[in-house]
Design a protein around this ligand. Structure first.
Ligand code: 13P
Length: 333
């Protein structure tokens, strides 16, 4: 496996950095803009993202930014492509390559993430335009009989095919099996489901001979359901790390967590508690979307799209989040 791939995977999770997930599809970003009474056009989406990415000092805490195809192919006001703009600032450009979660045939409302058609040539094109990592998100829900075995199988198989195609194109795959928080289940139930799902993910990755040191795992934190009994950050961190230790091989470059709709404070407190645990075999960092962007987006809206105030708000979120990370030599024994 290429040296570049392994180096880029390590750089994505290197202390004291994490990943900024800014790859909302245009319909999803339109919904988030609507909550803040912001108009959504290709131009306003570009301005929002350019404002975030040009925040002074961002590259000190952000190793890479996940882009959506629209942004990836847009140019900044200075006339650069977004991948070139990020690379010039020392951040790795990433690209979301799945085409979304669609109903899985025969599986009572469950979803399978699509996007494998033509993925090989698309990845070659993305690499040529500067992408150095990619993302594919599978979504699984916890409910009676869910996630079903067939849903786990279909999603993990697709994740592994995607990951292998990425590595063949010199692109680091972020493998993201998200277990949604909706439901009234408890922490133990999420932990059981996550172990089953993550074990299936690594079985499939092994079947496709994916190099684990050239990938980043992006799981959800092990939390209770949103309507389930609450749990402390310590309990969430212990359940998460116990689960990952059981099923995530030490050779994986790192774990970059999604925030999944938790408040920014909750996501950061849970990340902090995980980083307090000694002797982790991998770095555990952030790859948050909403937990980094929700507050700055409110500022963007209320300030009449003031760049400086919005960037200050983003940098406060980023530095607060990155400050809970601990360097590897303090983590491992
Ligand atoms: P959230 O942190 O908002 O869950 O987004 C991260 C992400 O990339 C989801 O696919």
């Amino acid at each position: 496996m290429s040296k570049e791939l392994i180096e880029n995977a390590a750089a994505m999770v290197a202390y004291p950095k994490g990943i900024l997930a800014a790859d909302e599809s245009s319909p999803t970003l339109t919904k988030r803009f609507a909550v803040n009474r912001l108009e959504s056009t290709a131009l306003t989406r570009r301005d929002w993202r350019e404002t975030l990415f040009s925040s002074p000092g961002l590259g000190e805490y952000v190793s890479g930014v996940i882009l959506y195809d629209e942004t990836f192919n847009q140019t900044t006001t200075t006339g650069l492509s977004f991948p070139d703009f990020l690379a010039d600032l020392g951040m790795l450009p990433g690209i979301k390559v799945d085409t979304g979660a669609k109903p899985l045939a025969g599986a009572d409302g469950e979803l399978v993430t699509e996007g494998l058609d033509n993925l090989g040539p698309r990845l070659i094109d993305y690499y040529a335009k500067g992408a150095r990592f990619a993302k594919w998100r599978a979504v699984l829900q916890i409910d009676r009989g869910k996630p079903s075995a067939v849903c786990i199988q279909a999603n993990t198989h697709a994740l592994a095919r995607y990951a292998k195609l990425c590595q063949e194109s010199g692109i680091v795959p972020i493998v993201e099996p998200e277990i949604l928080m909706e439901g009234d289940h408890d922490l133990a139930m999420t932990s059981r489901v996550a172990k089953t799902v993550l074990a299936a993910v690594f079985d499939q990755l092994r079947s496709f001979d994916v190099t684990l040191s050239g990938m980043v795992l992006k799981p959800s934190m092990i939390t209770p359901g949103t309507n389930g009994p609450t749990a402390s950050p310590k309990a969430i961190a212990e359940a998460s790390v116990e689960c990952y230790r059981d099923v995530v091989p030490a050779s994986v470059a790192g774990i970059a967590l999604l925030s999944g709709g938790q408040s920014d404070e909750a996501a950061t407190a849970n990340l902090a508690a995980m980083n307090e645990i000694e002797a982790l075999p991998w770095p555990i960092t952030f790859s948050f979307g909403r937990a980094l962007q929700d507050t700055p987006m409110k500022v963007w809206a209320s300030s009449g799209q003031d760049r400086q105030q919005t960037q200050t708000s983003l940098m406060t979120r980023i530095t607060t989040t990155a400050s809970v990370l601990r360097p590897r030599h303090l983590i491992s024994v």
